[in-house]
Design a protein around this ligand. Structure first.
Ligand SMILES: Cc1cc2nc3c(=O)[nH]c(=O)nc-3n(C[C@H](O)[C@H](O)[C@H](O)COP(=O)(O)OP(=O)(O)OC[C@H]3O[C@@H](n4cnc5c(N)ncnc54)[C@H](O)[C@@H]3O)c2cc1C
Length: 547
């Protein structure tokens, strides 16, 4: 094959081509670079996205961004929040809080504009030494080959170039060219109810929380959501009546009076100016598989979920976190490509759950017909009358999804656990003391496999007596950490002085957990003194990607 570069500085054959430099494509590029895999991102636009899209970034997403050091910028710029309030007509009917505690690493949610996430992910990819982005370059054609894909690119000057990529990851959003080129179609449905999305700039000191009004006096019959964002920006989403013409509904002369009425109603009287107006309607769509030969799908190219419950960008980052280590292992010949089928099955299961939750939220936020509107009104009236019934209107925000039935999950070994985290669930958070000070368990993940050995005595379990079991770098690295109840921390020991880890992992002396690079539990042994932990075979099974 001719490997002469057709694009200056880019080899004619590359390991991974990422179509789309949105939040998912850029995060995937950063994660792959972190594992030493170079990729090329092609992005049709000249830079990060403009306007108002995702704003609520979950704790899990912050953890994933943390694997490549992008969490610090998110935390520095973003506005953290833990709960919200809902009002029905003039009355507060709900004040909810998401699980959180002072020792937590991240707030359950941070408000930050999507373009900042893209910018920070891009910076992380560059820091990790990889992932050039070809801006203003559009992927036009995809020809699958046994050994990869041939990709036709339209360059910024209008010329065309062809590249060979061993793997193509489609992160090119809801209108994916890759999907269309392969003749693949979404399954699912789209809701009729429309929301106007407005960003305004206004100075405010209001607490950061999710605010929702149903049938407010400022805009009778409508539903309004408000979120504070960095840079003194409010995001205001409101529901448009069915009979309204969508083109008319986004005209400033129709939008601004509604916004003004609402700001007046809630007492936000500082001067303001509009920055962005667009229209949104909810979709629940997914591909039936996220792998087609050497092509993988992630983010909105793979699935579209409603914005209510904020599962779009957040689930796309989870796709990237799940895919990066598997692709790195396959590309370095350390795993068979069946491991990538588990990417598809795990994330498809997640998308289906996200769609189910998102559909419920949409039916509440934008009732698709009169029956749902009546049910919602009944729930809101009940919540007004009886605080005990307020759970009925509690919006379920995104949370990490259990990969039940995944081919990677391995059965518990030895005596039964009564709790903790079973295979296929995210390894729980805990605050620990390490050699260099306090750290959180989740900050230990994202760089290969981790064996957590709960022991107040022995430093190493017998199965890991041979230090060669601890492997070097990259996604296949294995790191052993002793979780001691007390004593001194050192390079290989963290101290669980609050007892959080023991309790959340249901650990006793001798318990061992094997954690995947994406922070999910692979398998666990209740007491390895009684059931010798076969770490090597467990890892091999995982790398094969089959049960
Ligand atoms: C109003 C609104 C509010 C939202 N709020 C939230 C929220 O609070 N939290 C949340 O989690 N999610 C939210 N979402 C969803 C979130 O914005 C998306 O899920 C997220 O953008 C998906 O990221 P992505 O990288 O998969 O796709 P995109 O962001 O769509 O990026 C795809 C990229 O691919 C590029 N591209 C497309 N075709 C080609 C091509 N042929 N060649 C090269 N490049 C191409 C595009 O230019 C784009 O940059 C919201 C969405 C909307 C519309």
């Amino acid at each position: 094959m001719n490997t002469a570069p057709v694009i200056p500085g880019i080899p004619a054959t590359i390991p991974v081509l990422i179509a789309g430099g949105g939040p998912v494509g850029l995060s995937l590029a950063a994660l792959l670079a972190h594992y030493g895999i170079s990729s090329l991102v092609v992005e049709a636009d000249p830079s990060w996205c403009e306007g108002s899209r995702a704003i609520c970034v979950s704790r899990r997403s912050q953890e994933i961004l943390g694997w490549v050091g992008a969490d610090r910028s998110v935390v520095a710029k973003g506005l953290p929040w833990v709960g919200g309030r809902s009002y029905f007509r003039g009355t507060e009917v709900l004040h909810f809080e998401m699980p959180s505690e002072p020792s937590e690493r991240f707030a359950p949610m941070v408000n930050i504009q999507q373009y900042y996430i893209e910018q920070y992910a891009h910076a992380a990819a560059l820091r990790a030494g990889g992932a050039p982005v070809l801006w203003s370059t559009r992927l036009r054609s995809v020809t699958p080959r046994a050994s990869g894909v041939r990709a036709g690119l339209q360059m910024p000057d209008g010329s065309t170039r062809t590249l060979h990529a061993d793997w193509l990851v489609a992160c090119d959003g809801g209108r994916s060219t890759v999907r269309e080129q392969l003749g693949l179609q979404f399954d699912g449905m789209q809701y009729e109810g429309r929301y106007v999305i407005v960003d305004i700039e206004q100075d405010t000191r209001r607490t950061v929380e999710r605010l929702a009004w149903f049938d407010p006096p400022s805009n009778p019959g409508s539903t309004i959501l408000m979120h504070r964002q960095p840079d003194n920006i409010w995001r205001i989403d409101y529901q448009v009546a069915d009979h309204e013409d969508p083109a008319e509904a986004v005209k400033p002369e129709n939008v601004l009076p509604r916004v003004r009425a609402h700001l007046d109603m809630i007492g936000e009287t500082a001067p303001w100016r509009p920055l962005w107006i667009s229209m949104y309607n909810a979709k629940c769509l997914t591909l039936g598989s996220y792998r087609s030969g050497r092509v993988l799908f992630a983010g909105d190219a793979a699935h579209l979920v409603p914005i209510f419950g904020v599962r779009g960008l957040n689930s796309g980052l989870d796709d990237a976190g799940n895919l990066a280590w598997k692709l790195a292992l396959v590309l370095t010949g350390q795993a068979g490509d069946a491991l990538l089928d588990s990417y598809s099955s795990e994330r498809l299961l997640a998308a289906r759950e996200n769609i189910a939750f998102g559909a419920k939220s949409t039916e509440f936020m934008a009732p698709p017909h009169h029956g749902f509107a009546l049910l919602r009104e009944a729930a809101l009236r009940l919540a007004t009358a009886s605080p005990a019934l307020r759970a009925l209107i509690n919006p379920r925000q995104t949370s990490p999804i259990e990969y039940s039935g995944s081919p990677l999950n391995q059965a518990d070994c030895g005596a039964a656990f009564t709790g903790g985290a079973r295979a296929g669930t995210p390894a729980p958070e805990a605050r620990l003391r390490a050699e260099r000070g306090l750290l959180h368990m989740t900050s230990l993940f994202g760089s290969g496999f981790t064996a957590l050995y709960f022991s107040g005595g022995a430093r190493r379990p017998p199965c890991l007596q041979d230090p060669r079991m601890e492997r070097g770098s990259g996604a296949a690295a294995l790191r052993l950490l002793r979780v001691a109840p007390s004593g001194e921390a050192d390079e290989h020991t963290v101290v669980d002085e609050l007892g959080q880890a023991r309790q959340r992992y249901d650990a006793v002396e001798g318990t061992l957990y094997l954690i995947r690079p994406d922070g999910y539990v692979l398998c666990r042994w209740r007491d390895i003194a009684q059931t010798p932990a076969q770490i090597g075979p467990a890892l091999e099974r995982a790398l094969r990607g089959t049960p």
